[in-house]
Design a binder for this molecule. Structure first.
Ligand SMILES: *Cc1c(COP(=O)(O)O)cnc(C)c1O
Length: 383
């Protein structure tokens, strides 16, 4: 990690993160939920690449009181950023042996395996502490969580959940961004059934099933705690559907050089792009090392002076060339900024061109950008 911020004047590209739009997205999700629902924020992987240090406090100021991270170390770092008040839930749980650290930083572990549950129970007994936990049950994703059989085994044994203080029972949806997928209903039914069994032992336990897309499946999927990530950052919650979220991310790259070529010339490594006669090419200071994926070679587009400009040739590590033949000479000059991600060409559009999903574009965003944070509206009213 670089310690000093990168100056926008010197940087090859500028990444803009709109914290007001981020907070408005969180409020928009809240409006879809019933008043008692605790809408959290998933800020794992450095808030999907956008900077947990800026994103998490902005959401906390907007009223968010539950944060989700994947790793214990992310939780420890987030606790320093946010102070003592909000709940921080560590989705990968406490690896056996790290219960004490989890507890010491006031982090809530998600317990997904019999071993994690057993180790946590022993720790809680030995240290004589009551600390909230979340128990995860698998309902069809087959990734993390107790199997149905393991879950029932724990329920039927008076000892195995002994000494736990579960805040919630949680599960994760596999196909929530595809509303018609039959697995959504199947997982919902399994979760309802596990939750009602769980509440025979822990009547106050909350239910948590929905990620961003799950919130859009409807009220039945909401339960008590929701865990949106992607939608906060502007990613469309439903595949192929309209996107109700505000764009949060912008990216602009500076032109280093402009050249005119004729049709005998090719562009870039491997000579994969043949320029037209009299073509004008602009090279910018951004490449796959900055998260502009190599899959965007000859596939991506950007915008210069309001005009769409296609990627010409293969994306290099630090450089990328656009065909700017259609742009006026006065606009296509060294120092001018090419819009890479903007309101009508979002993270999802870039992802589509690269054959991937917005999540991967965001979490690939590089460390060499100057990062500009547009402030959240401190009144919390949203504009
Ligand atoms: C990442 C993650 C989320 C957030 O999902 P989005 O699709 O980004 O809203 C929620 N729950 C779990 C278990 C996750 O791993």
């Amino acid at each position: 990690m670089l310690s000093a911020p990168i100056s926008p004047e010197r940087a090859g590209a500028v990444l803009t993160v709109d914290l007001a739009a981020l907070c408005e997205n969180w409020r928009l999700l809240n409006r879809k939920l019933s008043p008692g629902n605790d809408c959290g924020a998933v800020v794992k992987a450095n808030a999907y690449g956008l900077g947990a240090e800026q994103v998490a406090p902005a959401l906390h100021d907007a009223g968010c009181e539950i944060f989700y991270v994947a790793h214990l170390d992310e939780g420890i770092a987030l606790r320093k950023i946010l102070g003592q008040s909000p709940r921080i839930i560590v989705m990968h749980g406490a690896n056996p042996g790290f219960e004490k650290e989890t507890f010491r930083h006031g982090l809530i572990p998600v317990l997904s395996t019999p071993q994690q549950i057993l180790s946590w129970r022993k720790f809680a007994e030995d240290a004589d502490v009551l600390q909230e936990t979340v128990v995860q049950v698998d309902t069809g994703m087959n990734r993390l969580g107790l199997s149905e059989q393991e879950f029932m085994g724990h329920m039927n044994d008076p000892e195995r959940f002994q000494g736990l203080t579960p805040l919630a029972l949680m599960s994760h949806l596999a196909c929530a961004s595809t509303p018609d997928h039959p697995l959504n209903k199947t997982q919902l039914e399994r979760f309802i059934s596990s939750l009602s069994v769980f509440r025979t032992k822990f009547p106050a336990a909350k239910g948590s099933l929905a990620n961003s897309s799950g919130i859009f499946l409807g009220d039945a999927w909401h339960f008590d705690l929701t865990r949106p990530g992607a939608a906060l950052y502007g990613i469309a919650p439903q595949d192929g559907g309209p996107n109700p979220m505000l764009p949060v991310v912008g990216l602009q790259a500076r032109i280093l050089q402009v050249r005119c070529v004729d049709s005998t010339e090719t562009v870039g490594y491997g000579a994969t792009f043949r320029a037209a006669d009299g073509a004008k090419l602009a090279t910018v200071s951004i490449g796959y090392a900055d998260g502009f994926l190599r899959a965007l070679s000859n596939a991506g587009t950007a915008r210069l002076d309001g005009i769409a400009v296609p990627v010409a040739g293969v994306v290099s590590m630090d450089l990328l060339t656009f065909d700017v033949s259609n742009v006026a000479g006065s606009a296509a000059v060294p120092g001018a900024m090419i819009d890479i991600i903007f309101n009508t060409h979002t993270v999802d559009d870039v992802a589509r061109n690269a054959g991937t999903i917005g999540y991967e574009i965001l979490t690939s965003l590089g460390q060499r950008y100057a990062r500009r944070y547009l402030p959240a509206n401190p009144s919390g009213l949203g504009l």
